[in-house]
Write a protein of this length. Structure first.
Length: 240
């Protein structure tokens, strides 16, 4: 793992903090992906996957090499990058399919609010997932001198981020609200763990997601959703 350690630790000195290039590049690429998501561009997904790969090496380095520095290992931050890639692959495929049927010059999707059933499932999955994942993180990190609340926070970020990405793939406005919930916990935890560039990005997200939420709400009100065949239309088409 010497090459990965070098790659994750390459940095420049900025005051008392070592600014790691890989982390900085990863979060900037992640920001570009967020902008693409706000604009409902299909390219937001592959760009986001690139950021996930880079940030995986940043976070996993602190786990594999405790002597790497002052940083606290974030099991959720490293592990969620893998799930991000899988979820983003689904979002990439779904937006690409929807974009192909909408015609040139149009965004990939028309955002909407989740239904009551979808919203209930989203919240229930988040709560149940946090309970299970914090226990898992605590077992994995039993040898690390971290308080119990640390794993609860990490699990909150892990589940919230995954569900936000899934909700974005589905085109639900709630995905912005999920990110706000992640930011409220993520910024303090990342500052505490000395991931300063990522913490700064999360803080910026707290403002950016509000703007993105407004943009999607405007699109929900002003744009006509994709046509969904009615049951009678489907039956007629099948009969013909």
């Amino acid at each position: 793992m010497n090459f990965l350690s070098w790659l994750a630790e390459a940095s420049i000195q900025v005051g008392p903090y070592q600014l790691r290039w890989l982390e900085l590049i990863g979060v900037l690429i992640g920001l570009a992906s967020a902008v693409g998501g706000m604009r409902r561009k299909v390219w937001a997904w592959p760009v986001g996957i690139t950021a996930n790969v880079l940030l995986f090496f940043v976070y996993i380095n602190a786990i594999l090499d405790p002597s790497a520095g002052e940083r606290t290992p974030l099991f959720g931050q490293s592990g969620r990058q893998i799930f991000f890639i899988l979820t983003s692959a689904y979002g990439w495929y779904r937006w690409h399919q929807l974009r192909a049927g909408r015609g040139a010059g149009k965004p990939a999707i028309v955002p909407r609010w989740a239904t009551a059933v979808e919203r209930t499932a989203l919240v229930g999955t988040w709560i149940l997932g946090v309970v299970v994942v914090q226990w898992l993180f605590a077992q994995i990190g039993a040898g690390w001198p971290a308080p119990r609340w640390y794993y609860w926070c990490d699990a909150w970020i892990f589940m919230g981020s995954l569900l936000a990405t899934y909700a974005m793939a589905r085109g639900w406005n709630e995905f912005w609200l999920c990110w706000i919930g992640v930011d409220l916990v993520g910024v303090p935890l990342l500052l505490h763990s000395n991931y300063i560039p990522t913490a700064v990005l999360y803080a910026f997200y707290a403002v950016f997601v509000i703007y993105g939420f407004v943009v999607w709400l405007r699109a929900t009100r002003n744009e006509r959703p994709d046509a969904v065949p009615q049951r009678g239309d489907v039956s007629a088409a099948a009969a013909s």
